[in-house]
Each structure stands twice: as C-alpha cells, then as structure tokens.
Ligand binder design. Structure first.
Ligand code: 13P
Ligand code: SF4
Length: 301
C-alpha cells in the first residue's frame, strides 16, 4: 500500500475502533502525522493517564508504552513493535540497581523515565528530562542515586545542593553528538543557535545556547526570534519544529542522531497493530503497583 493510502486506512481503523494514537517526537514523520498527540515523555505519560479511549496505541519505545499500561491498567495498550526498546534503559539492570542501593542506604533513588518498570519499581520517584531538576530538588533527603543517564544527572547535579551519585549509563544516540560535530555545522552557520537535549555529553550541554527536553526544544524554536538552529537531539524532532516554525532553518550534526529503536515503528506495523490488536503491553501486577507509586510521586513533586 502506498504511504497516503496506508495513513488513510490507519485513520479509518483508529476512528472505528476508538483508539487513541500517541507518538513521541522521535517517531518517523509519517507516523507522527497519523497520531492524535505527539509529545515528550512527560506529556505522553500525562496524556496516557487522562485519555478516555479504551485502547492506546503507543508509537514509541517499550518503556513509554509500559507507563501508559501502568497508569491505565484497565485499558488495552498496544505497541506496534515489541522489540523497540531503549538502549539507555537497557543500561540499568534491576539486580545491579538493588545492589547499588545497598551501597547508598540513605540515598533516594530517582530514576529517569528511560528505565523499565522493574527499575522504576525499585525507585523512590521517577523524572523526565523536562522536570529532572525540579524532581531532584524537591525530593526529600540530602543524597540522590540518579539512574541511568549520567549526562542528564551530571547536568543538574552541578547546580544542586545535594550529593548526587550517578549511574554509569548513557544514550548512545546522544553520546555521539560531540562538540566537534556541532562546531563543524556552526562554522558554516555562525548565526545559528545551538539547542540540545540534556542526554548529550557535558562538553555539549555546557556550551549550548539552550538545553531542554524534546518539547522544550520545540517550544524554544517557536518563541525564539532566531531564524536558524543547530539541533542536538534525534532527527524526528525536526518534523514538529518545521511544522510549528515554518520558514526557520534546522541543522543537525553529522553523523545524524538517529534512534533505530524509535524508527522500528513503521506505518505498516501501526496498520497491522490496529488490524490484529498486536502487541498488547503487560506489566506484572506487583511491579506495576510499585512503579506506579514512583510515577505518582513524580507528579506530586
Ligand atoms: P524526552 O523526555 O525529552 O521526550 O526524551 C526522551 C528520550 O528518549 C530522549 O532520548
Ligand atoms: Fe533511548 Fe536514546 Fe533512543 Fe531516547 S534516543 S529512546 S534514550 S536509545
């Protein structure tokens, strides 16, 4: 089926079946275009908790779909491809988290949303890139064990009045965004503002003009009088930037920041997911209950 026909079929199916499609900014442009809502991790988890539809089809990586299921256990949550994991989430293994907690008995565990439910269940709260600073600041106690992204943790730790123990994890997509790769683009576009995601390495976040979550980057571009931007995050984000700020110029460093996991969700797989009701997301009850507590704590904070 050609792309437009496939999109029309998907829209017909989701309407007939009363399905809401949620998509992350890193999704393919053609997938974002059939979604009812496109957002960052924080907005998507809020939307998943509030939606009235009985079925949520989640176009993103598995930890995001898990959150939707944890917050709406009575609903059917589908992910079009169950192997779309997150390489950063893979870096925090639950057993090791338990052992590290023993080494820091008075630390509060703050897990970045990019973790699997089992790790969230071991944490006091979670945070996203949009609210990490606020959550770390408001969390009671003087010591924080932050996992799994050392870059995001270090970015906020420098200005926090608390001891922050960093887990040694990173996102390989953002880790490849070096200052050198940004400077190469800047040389030909000296007027462009450098805007980056906090998962980038410290050498990049320290010198960028703006650091923010995917949604914060999209909003920054809309509000800024600048006309061109060097964007230090995954390529999919440019789709909404271009839609919301037409006429502005967006440049990416090379090698292109592409998340292969996010790109595993294709229109064909979305179509099949709706047609066949695959793949349902399930989270073991006890884990889900504990993880839900950590997620709720984030909303309270
Ligand atoms: P956001 O929370 O900014 O959407 O980022 C999620 C993510 O996976 C970044 O790599
Ligand atoms: Fe995970 Fe990195 Fe992909 Fe975000 S970009 S989903 S952190 S692998």
């Amino acid at each position: 089926m050609d792309k437009t026909v496939l999109q029309q079929e998907i829209i017909k199916l989701k309407r007939n079946q009363g399905v809401i499609i949620l998509a992350h900014y890193y999704q393919r442009p053609e997938v974002q275009d059939i979604a009812d809502f496109v957002g960052d991790s924080l907005e998507l988890s809020r939307k998943a908790a509030q939606t009235e539809e009985e079925t949520i089809l989640f176009c993103g990586v598995t930890f995001m779909a898990e959150i939707a299921k944890i917050l709406s256990p009575q609903k059917k949550v589908l992910i079009p491809y169950p192997l779309a994991g997150c390489l950063l989430a893979d870096m925090a293994e639950p057993r090791e988290v338990m052992e590290t907690k023993k080494d820091h008995p008075s630390a509060k565990v703050v897990a970045y949303v990019n973790t699997y439910a089992q790790v969230k269940a071991l944490s006091d709260t979670i945070c996203t890139s949009a609210n990490a600073r606020k959550v770390m600041e408001k969390m009671e106690g003087e010591e924080i064990l932050f996992l799994p992204d050392k870059n995001l943790g270090a970015y906020h730790a420098k200005t926090l009045n608390k001891k922050v123990v960093l887990w040694n994890g990173h996102c390989p997509v953002h880790q490849r965004i070096t200052w050198e790769s940004i400077e190469r683009v800047k040389k030909d576009h000296p007027q462009a503002l450098i805007i980056v995601h906090p998962e980038c390495p410290p050498e990049v976040t320290e010198k960028a003009d703006f650091v923010g979550s995917t949604s914060q980057l999209v909003r920054f571009v809309q509000d800024s009088p600048a006309q061109s931007f060097i964007v230090g995050t995954e390529d999919g984000t440019l789709h909404q930037m271009k839609k919301k700020s037409p006429g502005k110029t967006f440049l990416l460093p090379f090698p292109l920041p592409l998340c292969d996991q996010m790109k595993m969700i294709t229109l064909e797989r979305v179509y099949r997911s709706l047609k066949e009701g695959i793949y349902p997301v399930e989270v073991e009850e006890e884990i889900a209950m504990k993880a839900e507590k950590a997620i709720t704590r984030m909303f309270e904070l």
